[in-house]
Design a protein around this ligand. Sequence first.
Ligand SMILES: O=C(NC/C=C/[C@H]1O[C@@H](n2cnc(C(F)(F)F)c2)[C@H](O)[C@@H]1O)c1cc([N+](=O)[O-])cc(O)c1O
Ligand SMILES: [Mg+2]
Length: 214
Amino acid sequence: FALLKNTRMLKAVQKNATKGDPESVISAIDYYCRHKEWAMNVGDEKGLILDSVLTEVNPSTALELGTYCGYSTVRIARLLSPGSKLITVEFNPAFAAVARQIIAYAGLQDKVTLVEGPSGDLIPKMKARFGIKSFDFVFLDHWKDRYVPDTKLLEDCGLVSEGSVLLADNVICPGAPEYLKYVRNSPRYESRYYKSNLEYTKVEDGLEKSVFLG
Ligand SMILES: O=C(NC/C=C/[C@H]1O[C@@H](n2cnc(C(F)(F)F)c2)[C@H](O)[C@@H]1O)c1cc([N+](=O)[O-])cc(O)c1O
Ligand SMILES: [Mg+2]
């Protein structure tokens, strides 16, 4: 049952990682998921691509859809410049509870705001609630059938502006075919596919990076 798995993952972090050291939290989770129990973290291989895109964008405001246990939240937050903020959205309160503890264990709680609820309700409230002008970087890793509606919602709410970068996980496996069609056919995006592998496996997967042209 997924929640118990997340609790076992948290225990593995508390046992094997060093408090306040994000790198050790990342490797503790990767070790656990590779050798003990697979889990749907972006993982170490696609994680390196996430790191490189993040370093290139150097966002002052970032959004993550799909916190899960906080693995990619830690990967993103550890690379943010001082004063930059990451908002991460999680639908499942039990997953959110574990993620909060993993983010805190990494010592990154001051850079991260974890918001619980459905993206459809929360995205329209982002400007008012967090004083966000627009997001420089968005990591999509939640339910794959929500990638297109939530991208359209971000556009409609003025939460993406010229130069904003969307990075989507799992565009091949499990797959987000409608999303690929949307960003690749739209004149408002410059899209590029980064070929990789599904976390902790040899199955192909990849990340799609799409720059909003305004
Ligand atoms: O299904 C996958 N991911 C779905 C991820 C779902 C996660 O996103 C949360 N969420 C839902 N809505 C929101 C928001 F933000 F809208 F509120 C957040 C869900 O509660 C869950 O924690 C997946 C599956 C595989 N796989 O190999 O099967 C591999 C992967 O990397 C995956 O990401
Ligand atoms: Mg994923």
